[in-house]
Design a binder for this molecule. Structure first.
Ligand SMILES: Nc1nc2c(ncn2[C@@H]2O[C@H](COP(=O)(O)OP(=O)(O)OP(=O)(O)O)[C@@H](O)[C@H]2O)c(=O)[nH]1
Ligand SMILES: [Mg+2]
Length: 676
């Protein structure tokens, strides 16, 4: 039985990323030592490397209280020692959202805690993460179990406050439990916890988010608006003995379903605690049948494919690992969950492979090597021609060689001019592309929304103000999509010009302007805003503070997405022609160097032997450069990146698919128009 699938996949993923990063660095170093790479190429390499380094793999556990979210994390992270890492008990245990990871920049085992009082401000969690002074840090030595437990158990800490203070912190009375003798109520002591723990899985870049049940998501807008959408996988926990309860369904609908539908997050629904259905009086076959039935019913209720619902026992998984009892572990079905997660890690790897920056970097390496090899073979032909020429014809032969080179240089020069014109053509789209998402326009819409909100004393008025704001956002999105379509036509027409001599459309398809990611984000925010609007009548009377925090977070997230969009489009304008430019500049540069050498030879009236020697030196330099690039090139072509085929075959535009044929047809039409 495979009990280490996730660990193995994470290790493989990291090794793969390191290898990719190392290859890009080798190319960068090669360029530096041979002075052969333009600053544009270097920038692409740097950005691709940043992408690889910044990438974490995040799993978030979501569900009602006591479904076993924390127990599942304990089983996932168990290594040795026979103890639970995180507190997991009957009833409410985890009181604040908790992120568990290993921060290799500050390699200290510690728990950082954000006091609940920070909820009185409208500052977002993201901003608090940048202000270390607001956090209480408790360091611990993992070999000291009592110290570790005391530090980590803080995630279930409560504090007693007056009911009025609890309301100010955004809690609703019905969320709070019994009052103590002094009439106070218990609220979580911390708003958020960050646990940095040196652990083999976390060292590989795994990040786990544990959330408390009981309306924690509703109370912390940033969790639903930002943290969950950014996770690569969401585990939604239910209890096998209860099936999908009404409150499970509410959490599913409000916080998870939408993320799954947008298909950027892998969602697995888990029916936990199957051991509570194990019954000595029933045959194992009967028990399996009844678990299978619950699984099928759950899949239907959640509208998921049955293979996305897994019946497990987190507790038996943990106990099986602790006691090294393989049959118990197998029966808990925990290894199946780990295999599923391993598949999600693999998917994440494919997404990196499909990233334009990574594809471009590989393309440049291959392109550089091929240009170099071509130039070298041409030089070898030249020297052969010169060698076979009689000494008295040498001057004439040199002249012929220069003419040939000048001709090809002329071709590249013409291409360079055409590329500059193309770049200007793209640049001329800038204003129209960026206008719908300009910060001025957005800030105007935000201030209109704030004014309307401030004047709205009724739920209807508030709902209308939020609705109007998102109508504005939608209309900007619509507007920009029309502009993108136009700009992509221009790009296609450029890539398809005969002088670029491209075989296949892969390169062009990779460089079309796509904003799937940002569009998805804005749609999700819109959907959340709608859900919020419709729940306003129940919220208004009790949660003024929450409404403010929600709206602020929402607006901030829209703002962030706009900033991201602006950056994305600006980069596209600068970089979408870079593969063509790189190839052209590089060939041109090689030819120029060579032509200079031939001109010097002609001018210096050297002997035939000296001329041959000089050309031989040139060949030698090219050969040295090629030899040092060759191992990297061989590595790359022996293990190429596998492209995301579907993305290259069709360009998705606002849910509509433009076929490759159509794109080509459009390109030809534009090209003909320009020719005319
Ligand atoms: N029998 C059984 N009990 C389990 C299983 N998983 C968790 N439990 C128990 O259920 C109780 C609640 O588990 P937790 O992991 O604390 O649940 P949670 O979802 O994190 O709950 P909150 O932190 O309150 O949101 C604990 O006593 C666990 O030991 C399981 O697979 N089988
Ligand atoms: Mg918990």
């Amino acid at each position: 039985m495979d009990v280490r699938a996730l660990h193995r996949q994470m290790t493989q993923y990291n090794r793969w990323k390191r290898q990719l990063d190392e290859r890009l660095q080798r190319f960068d170093d090669w360029g530096a030592s041979h002075q052969m790479l333009s600053s544009e190429v270097q920038r692409t390499l740097q950005k691709a490397r940043q992408l690889l380094r910044g990438d974490n793999f995040t799993i978030a556990c979501v569900g009602e209280f006591s479904r076993g979210k924390t127990e599942l994390i304990n089983a996932l992270l168990y290594t040795e020692g026979g103890r639970r890492l995180l507190p997991s008990q009957p009833g409410r245990t985890t009181m604040c959202p908790t992120e568990i990871f290993w921060d290799s920049n500050v390699p200290v085992n510690c728990v950082r805690l954000l006091p609940i009082e920070t909820r009185r401000t409208t500052t977002s969690l993201q901003n608090f993460k940048r202000i270390p002074q607001n956090w209480v840090t408790v360091t611990f030595d993992p070999r000291n179990h009592d110290q570790t437990r005391a530090a980590i158990n803080q995630v279930s800490a409560n504090k007693w406050v007056a009911p009025a203070d609890a309301l100010k912190l955004g809690f609703a009375m019905d969320e709070l439990g019994e009052r103590d003798a002094e009439g106070r109520v218990a609220v979580p002591a911390w708003r958020h916890a960050l646990i940095s723990l040196d652990h083999p899985l976390l060292r590989q870049g795994l990040r786990i988010i544990d959330t408390p049940g009981l309306n924690a998501l509703g109370n912390e807008p940033e969790l639903t608006l930002k943290t969950l959408p950014e996770a690569q996988a969401i585990l939604f926990l239910m209890s096998a003995d209860a099936g999908v309860t009404a409150s499970d369904m509410t959490i599913w609908r409000e916080h998870v379903q939408n993320l799954r539908d947008e298909q950027c997050t892998a969602v697995l629904a888990l029916l936990n605690k199957i051991d509570s259905l194990w019954d000595d009086l029933q045959s194992p076959a009967d028990i399996s049948t009844s678990i299978e039935n619950i699984r099928q019913v759950t899949a239907k209720q959640l509208k998921l494919a049955p293979e996305q619902v897994i019946a497990i026992s987190a507790k038996q998984g943990l106990l099986g690992k602790v006691g090294r009892n393989l049959s118990q572990l197998e029966r808990s079905n925990f290894p199946q969950l780990e295999r599923k997660l391993a598949d999600v890690v693999l998917h994440s790897q494919q997404q990196i492979i499909g990233h334009r920056l990574v594809g471009d970097s590989y393309e440049m390496i291959i392109n550089t090597r091929n240009s170099l090899a071509k130039r070298l073979s041409e030089c070898e032909n030249e020297i052969e021609t010169l060698r076979s020429a009689a000494p008295q014809e040498a001057a004439e032969t040199l002249q012929q060689l220069r003419d040939t080179i000048r001709k090809s240089h002329h071709q590249y020069h013409k291409q360079a001019i055409s590329l500059r014109t193309s770049q200007r053509l793209l640049e001329s789209q800038r204003e129209a592309l960026l206008a719908p998402i300009s910060s001025g326009l957005l800030e105007q819409q935000i201030s209109d929304a704030h004014r309307n909100l401030a004047q709205s004393w009724t739920t209807l008025g508030l709902a209308r103000a939020i609705g109007n704001f998102f109508d504005d956002v939608d209309s900007s999105l619509h507007h920009i999509e029309r502009e993108i379509e136009r700009s992509n036509r221009v790009l296609v027409s450029i890539y398809q010009r005969p002088e670029h001599n491209l075989t296949g459309d892969e390169l062009m398809m990779r460089h079309l302007l796509k904003i799937h990611h940002q569009r998805r984000q804005l749609r999700q925010l819109h959907k959340k805003a709608d859900d919020f609007r419709f729940s306003l009548s129940t919220l208004l009377t009790r949660k003024g503070a929450l409404i403010n925090r929600f709206i602020n977070t929402l607006v901030q997230e829209v703002r962030n997405t706009y900033v991201d969009l602006n950056k994305h489009i600006d980069q596209w304008l600068q970089e979408s022609l870079s593969p063509l430019t790189h190839s052209n500049q590089y060939q041109k540069q090689l030819l120029e160097t060579h032509m200079l050498r031939l001109t010097q030879l002609q001018g210096q009236r050297n002997t035939h032997a000296e001329q041959l020697e000089s050309l031989q030196t040139n060949i030698y330099h090219l050969q040295v450069a090629l030899n040092s690039l060759e191992p990297l090139y061989q590595d790359i072509i022996s293990a190429p990146l596998v492209e995301n085929a579907s993305e290259n075959l069709a360009l998705l535009r606002g849910g509509q698919v433009i076929s490759l044929l159509e794109a080509r047809h459009n390109a030809r039409a534009t090209h003909n128009q320009q020719q005319a």
